[in-house]
Write a protein that binds this ligand. Structure first.
Ligand code: PAF
Length: 295
């Protein structure tokens, strides 16, 4: 496994690719969720392809009061994990090399990033899009894998790839969960034992709302009430948002007539957890065309 530490070296390596390359962008602190993404990348790359894992805690996607300084950085452990799971290249640049002095160009998505996490974390998706665009330019992958837990991020990256004509495929990786349903996240390590005990309430609330949707409920106000009601049973949970939005445009819906995402962000102390479920109304069967009698 090759470790590449500078953007210039990454660019040189990418210029010489003669095989299919799949990128897994990460901020490190790798857990089983990332391993599933690396595994998915390996499948997508094929036996002769290369899997590149980027490990970069991107400062521009953290707000001033967020956890950039204390974000976990177990780099040696991450390297061992990448090696074990068959990554071919780990790209691990320094922030100063990624963002030269006076770096003044950003990538701003203007439609999908307004609500949900974009509303609670102003500037977050500008930071994500900017760094992911830079990673795409440096690594030049044929495909890149992003987790479905970060549903809004996945939708925005897809839009960026489409709108900025990046010649690559975006692959969605399934969310990996603890046995009690908590979605794996590098931030779960911040939870106190009591918070950890209550954290699976996100998944429970989503499953409850999904069950009601499956039983025929389409009113978003009712479904949101179910989500909030279940979350209120966890005394340490502070809801940031509980929203129901169109799966493609991420705009709030009043009724679910098209595929929709039920999305949650919940604070436990200072730790903010997110999760989501996508629901799809069954396509209504069109009545067969009436046969016209020919005169
Ligand atoms: O999902 C993440 O870990 C980050 O937002 C990403 C995509 C690696 C960009 O820094």
């Amino acid at each position: 496994m090759k470790i590449v530490r500078t953007p210039a070296a990454m660019s040189r390596l990418a210029a010489a690719w003669d095989r299919r390359v799949v990128l897994v962008p990460t901020m490190g602190a790798l857990h089983a969720g990332h391993l599933a993404l690396i595994h998915r990348a390996r499948q997508a790359a094929g036996p002769d392809g290369a899997v590149v894992v980027s490990i970069f805690v991107n400062p521009t996607q953290f707000g001033p009061r967020e956890d950039l300084a204390k974000y976990p950085r177990p780099f040696r452990r991450d390297l061992a994990v990448c090696r074990q799971y068959g990554a071919d290249v780990v790209f691990h640049p320094e922030a100063e090399a990624m963002y030269a002095d006076g770096h003044s160009i950003v990538v701003d998505e203007t439609l999908l990033s307004g609500g949900l996490c974009g509303q609670s974390r102003p500037g977050h998706f500008r930071g994500v899009c900017t760094v992911v665009a830079k990673l795409f330019n440096l690594v030049r992958p044929h495909a890149a894998v992003f987790g479905m837990k970060d549903y809004q991020q996945l939708a925005i990256i897809r839009r960026m790839v489409r709108d900025l004509n990046f010649p690559l495929e975006v692959i969605a990786g399934e969310t990996v969960r603890e046995p009690d349903g908590l979605a794996l996240s590098s931030r779960n390590v911040y939870l106190t034992p009591q918070e950890r005990k209550q954290a699976p309430v996100l998944r429970r609330a989503l499953l409850l709302a999904q069950e009601s949707f499956r039983a025929g409920e389409r009113d978003a106000t009712v479904l949101r009430f179910l989500l909030e009601n279940e979350l209120s049973g966890a005394p340490l949970a502070r809801v940031d948002y509980a929203e129901i939005v169109g799966a493609a445009d991420l705009q709030p819906v009043a009724r679910i007539e098209k595929p929709a995402a039920m999305a949650l962000a919940v604070f436990f102390g200072k730790t903010r957890l997110i999760d989501n479920i996508v629901v799809q109304p069954a396509r209504s069967k069109r009545p067969p065309p009436r046969s016209r009698k020919t005169p």
